[in-house]
Design a protein around this ligand. Structure first.
Ligand code: PAF
Length: 279
């Protein structure tokens, strides 16, 4: 496995390669990321994993500075998982001048849910992923379904720009108690870590009520949020949406079996967690 920091070296290493499989990350890797790498391996081409903590997708009060940079440990894990190239540019390499050209995703998909609570987040994500796609020029790119809305926004971006890249989602990996693996779980204290599974449980409760005749969507969502609040959480949203456009389903759609997803984001202590559950 090679660790490459410069764009020119990356381009030289991938010259003429048409089947690269790409897994973009911000490092501080866990089993969830490694499952993406293993999935990438199955596609046959060389596997490139990027590690880049992207300033553009953090709000000023968010954890950009304290986001763990753990390249040596990440590289060991990636080598064991079958990665061929780690692309780990520094900020000066990826943003040699201020990045004034940006990719603005449509408000209808990007200004709701995460976009409502983290304004500009998806512009930052789309901009860096567009740039990373230009650097790596992959045939396939794999993202975790845990970041459900991110996966939707990026798939739509690749499609709208007619990028010759197949954007794929891979299932969320969970700890034994059901907590979705996330780099941010590392911020949780011991008691918070024990409590953290309550988010996925609240989503399961929401999902359970979703198809019940006579149920009210607003009441279901309120009950799920109140349940978390009573346990000391600060929920941003707990909501049921249509899978295809992330908009609220009508009652008729809910009861007729429209594919739905329960999505949630909530803060426990200082740590904001997100999760989702398809139904
Ligand atoms: O999901 C992430 O880790 C990041 O949002 C991504 C896709 C690597 C872009 O910085």
């Amino acid at each position: 496995m090679r660790i490459i920091h410069s764009l020119s070296e990356l381009r030289a290493a991938l010259k003429g390669e048409a089947s690269t499989v790409f897994v973009p990350t911000m490092g501080n890797l866990h089993e969830g990321h490694l499952s993406l790498v293993r999935e990438a391996r199955r596609h046959g081409g060389p596997v490139v994993v990027s590690i880049f903590v992207n300033r553009l997708q953090f709000l000023p009060h968010e954890d950009f500075d304290r986001y763990p940079r753990t390249l040596a440990r990440d590289a060991e894990m990636l080598e064991a998982a079958g990665c061929d190239i780690v692309f780990a540019p520094d900020e000066a390499e990826l943003y040699p001048v201020p990045q004034v050209y940006k990719v603005q995703p449509p408000a209808a998909l990007a200004d709701l849910l995460e976009g409502e609570f983290r304004p500009g987040f998806f512009t930052g994500v789309c901009t860096v992923v567009m740039k990373l796609f230009q650097c790596v020029q992959p045939a396939v790119a794999i993202f975790g379904q845990k970041d459900y809305q991110q996966l939707k926004v990026l798939s739509a971006m690749a499609e709208q720009f007619a990028m010759p890249i197949q954007v794929l989602g891979a299932p969320t990996v969970r700890a034994g108690d059901g907590l979705a693996l996330s780099s941010r779980n590392g911020y949780l204290g011991q008691t918070e870590r024990q409590e953290a599974v309550a988010l996925s449980q609240a989503l399961a409760q929401l999902a359970q009520g979703a198809r019940v005749p006579g149920s009210s969507l607003a009441a279901l969502e309120q009950a799920a949020a109140d349940g978390l609040r009573e346990r000391g959480w600060m929920p941003d949203y707990l909501t049921l949406r249509r899978r295809n456009d992330l908009l609220p389903p009508t009652d008729a759609e809910r009861l007729a079996g429209e594919p739905l997803v329960a999505l949630g984001a909530a803060r426990i202590g200082q740590t904001r967690l997100i999760d989702n559950l398809e139904l």
